[in-house]
Design a protein around this ligand. Structure first.
Ligand code: ZN
Length: 221
């Protein structure tokens, strides 16, 4: 999966069309991005994709990606929960002339594990957080060099810690950079989320990485 910003940047630099691919270690290719419509068309010769929502499996709609591999005869995985959140469309809803019959994925929102719950029915995911950084960097000379998010669940406070690249930073003051980051966050996060949580930005010279798997957003009490 390529973040949209990386895809368009790669296209610009290499001057070739770039398409995203959605796949996994267990399933191999799951879907490919279409040059015509931009949706991810499911590789239906390789996998059957369904979605899990409220404890039931459905053929379309939003939910956790439930995938059955059709080609792995040695170790078949049947209705395997890929733990990504996707929005799945049938051919009628996808409306693509290159792929009129099969299923398509209109949105891949990252892993269930990376979803941060604020309250019942209010949550955000790491893709949204990455998008904030990508969009800010696209308009501000890639000034953010490193970052990490931390959500303090009791205080409902999302804290972004940032290392700015001093050679690229277009801002006169940290206050101006902070304001621009907050504005970017507000332009991307849903209004309900913006209202519900406090968003704050700190600037540091370097970020210590935690041991183990990198998480975009750490959650603390
Ligand atoms: Zn298409």
């Amino acid at each position: 999966m390529l973040p949209e910003f990386v895809r368009t940047l790669a296209q610009k630099i290499f001057e070739v069309p770039v398409a995203g691919m959605y796949g996994s270690e267990e399933m191999n290719g799951i879907a490919l991005q279409c040059p015509e419509c931009g949706l991810y068309h499911v590789l239906e010769d390789n996998v059957n994709v369904e979605v899990l929502r409220d404890g039931e499996v459905y053929p379309t709609g939003k939910g956790e990606a439930i995938i059955t591999n059709l080609c792995n005869h040695v170790m078949p995985l049947i209705r395997y929960n890929q733990a990504d959140i996707i929005t799945l469309l049938d051919g009628d809803a996808a409306h693509c002339k290159l792929y009129p019959e099969g299923h398509s994925i209109s949105k891949i929102e990252g892993r269930v594990l990376d979803v941060v719950r604020v309250e019942d029915n209010v949550e955000f995911n790491s893709f949204m957080l990455i998008e904030v950084i990508d969009k800010f960097n696209a308009f501000n000379n890639s000034a953010i060099k490193e970052y990490k998010y931390c959500f303090h669940s009791r205080a409902k406070k999302l804290e972004l810690t940032v290392v700015l690249d001093k050679t690229k930073n277009p801002f006169n003051s940290l206050a101006a950079a902070k304001e621009a980051i907050i504005d970017t966050f507000k332009s991307i996060a849903r209004p309900r989320l913006v209202k519900m949580i406090e968003f704050d930005v700190n600037f540091v010279d370097s970020i210590m990485r935690d041991e183990g798997k990198f998480r975009v957003c750490k959650v603390e009490e």
